[in-house]
Design a protein around this ligand. Structure first.
Ligand code: NOJ
Ligand code: CA
Length: 559
């Protein structure tokens, strides 16, 4: 089997609780995914990345894992998991699962044991417990804050404190502890033995920690760059963990792949995770953070393709995932709202009202950006629903919010939007109580509310229409399969002027993207796919590419 299958794969991320609900309890499940494999096949993806499906109290959307070797009973069973692996493989689709090694949930048997054991006990040593400061240790060991708001230390009844970068329910594991290391190696084998082809490694840069005494303040910590001197992020020793993991991955045929979720800016440091002796691939979130802008895209593509030379890996490209505002919405923020086509983060944090979103413009740009992404060498990670052109769901009532980030980073002056808006259950049909997410006679509605406009973005509404966003994705993935060759790209400097980016790939495949507002001439060649209708000449004049549009051309026969 092809050991390099992942290098230029299109990977489709499934957030399982929101993909398809087979039994009508309002929560997506494994049986639902199995029932939609035909859809994934027709879409033409190479692999599925399944976000956490493990037993969890959902304090953080499943990234609070109670048991790393089981399936949440609301989502399915291990037998159904095996059936899913078999059915995906039968369809020629690889499976990557999420692994969450930085923290367990507070309901994990190890954490329960730690709570029931004395300070200094082996059970406590699997986590990061410390005595507090001041009289009776009543102050936390440091003033560090959690990424979801509030303190990063929580006190247990006997007076000690435990450390958590994320929610209170996500106590952080101690990776200096050999038992923790051994347990995860066995967990990786557990899933690899069941046929899992790869792992997406959550918060991959945070596992190794070294807290200096005395502890720096939060203000001091924020000033320490990530890397060897940071107490918490991207320390050198983290690589020794992944060297052990790699040995396990290489026990299999083909070797299991892994992709690191790292938010490291330095190319050299990021490359360490993508090296063949480490995880093998690392996410690059640069496009996801960029504006819809030719110059930014060119800079990012160039630098990331340079960076892969440092790691021998392939590049990764991401425009949307379960943690950010969907790109069809990010690109549609009205300039008059003061956030011209800006980054999701800014929008999330500023809580821009829905009235500032131009959905038409956002979708147009999203489709254009997607065709650029899919023409690039390396692997593309797609997020469920982007192939339907789904935008962010705004205005979810507070009482239906689930994301801890929404609640914990909220204050009245800058209300947070949180991450629920990109996790709303998918619309499969035009009508019905949950747009086909669950059976029409479901006992429960979808676990997050769907807006009316989902009807027009449903699979049913788009399926028969080649000009729909779904039609565009299907066509692009089909072409990509046919045309994908070497992992190189050549800029066409003659065409890449102003707001236009143009590059060719081996085999006569040319991608031309117009990031501006005004039409530009269409170069010669056979049009393969276009993200928007081209402007055809009337009686004379050449065809033109409208603003915010990308075209792929075959230039086989020369231009
Ligand atoms: C990154 C995941 O993508 C996010 O959803 C989660 O909240 C954090 N890691 C913590 O596990
Ligand atoms: Ca269900």
């Amino acid at each position: 089997m092809d050991a390099d299958w992942w290098r230029q794969a299109v990977v489709y991320q499934i957030y399982p609780r929101s993909f398809a609900d087979a039994n009508g309890d309002g929560i997506g499940d494994l049986a639902g995914i199995i029932s939609r494999i035909g859809y994934l096949e027709q879409l033409g993806v190479d692999a599925v990345w399944l976000s956490p499906f493990y037993p969890s109290a959902l304090a953080d959307g499943g990234y609070d894992v109670d048991d790393y070797r089981d399936v949440d009973p609301r989502i399915g069973t291990l037998e159904q998991f095996d059936a899913l692996v078999a059915a995906l493989h039968e369809a020629g689709i690889w499976l990557i699962v999420d692994i969450v090694p930085n923290h367990s949930s507070n309901r994990h048997r190890w954490f329960q044991e730690a709570l029931a054991s004395a300070p200094g006990s082996p059970a406590r040593d699997r986590y990061i417990f410390r005595d507090g400061l001041g009289a009776g240790g009543s102050r936390p060991p440091s003033d560090w804050t959690s990424q979801f708001g509030g303190p990063a230390w929580t006190r247990v009844p006997d007076g000690q404190w435990y450390f958590h970068t994320f929610t209170v329910e996500q106590p952080e594991l101690n990776w200096d502890n050999p038992e923790v290391r051994a347990e995860f190696l066995d967990t990786l084998r557990f899933w690899a033995d069941r046929g899992v082809d790869g792992f997406r490694v959550d918060v991959a840069a945070r596992l190794a920690k070294k807290f200096p005494e005395p502890m720096p303040s939060q203000a001091e910590l924020s000033r320490i760059p990530s890397g060897p001197d940071s107490p918490v992020y991207d320390r050198d020793e983290v690589q020794s963990i992944y060297a052990e993991w790699r040995r396990v991955f290489n026990e299999y045929d083909p070797p299991r792949m892994a992709v690191a979720e790292v938010w490291v800016n330095s190319p050299e440091r990021r490359a360490r995770y993508a090296r063949p002796e480490s995880l093998g691939q690392a996410f690059n979130f640069d496009l996801l953070k960029a504006d819809f802008d030719a110059e930014q895209f060119r800079r990012i593509v160039t630098s990331n393709l340079d960076q892969v030379k440092l790691s021998e890996s392939s590049s990764t490209w991401v425009l949307s995932n379960h943690d950010v505002v969907r790109h069809a919405t990010r690109y549609g923020l009205r300039p008059d709202g003061g956030r011209p086509g800006g980054r999701g983060d800014r929008w999330v944090n500023d809580g821009a009202p829905a009235s500032q979103i131009d959905r038409g413009l956002g979708l147009r740009r999203a489709r254009a950006a997607t065709l650029v992404e899919l023409a690039l060498p390396g692997s593309a990670y797609l997020y469920q629903g982007e192939e339907l052109g789904l935008g962010e769901v705004t205005g979810i009532p507070d009482e239906q919010r689930q994301d801890p980030k929404f609640w914990r980073t909220r204050d009245d002056e800058r209300p947070s939007v949180g991450r629920d808006g990109c996790r709303v259950p998918l619309p499969w049909t035009r009508s019905g109580p949950s747009f086909g997410f669950g059976p029409d006679d479901s006992a429960a509605g979808p676990h997050l509310p769907q807006p009316d406009w989902f009807a027009d973005c449903s699979v049913e509404a788009e399926s028969g229409d080649p000009s729909s966003t779904l039609g565009m994705y299907r066509r692009a993935l089909e072409l990509r399969r046919e045309m994908q060759g070497g992992e190189t790209l050549e800029w066409d400097d003659g065409l890449s002027v102003g707001d236009v980016l143009a590059f060719s790939r081996p085999g006569g495949w040319l991608c031309v993207a117009n990031f501006g507002d005004d039409p530009v001439p269409l170069p010669s060649g056979r049009v393969l796919v276009s993200s928007a209708p081209l402007i055809r000449p009337g009686t004379d004049g050449p065809a033109r590419i409208p603003g915010a549009c990308t075209v792929w051309l075959s230039i086989d026969a020369g231009r």
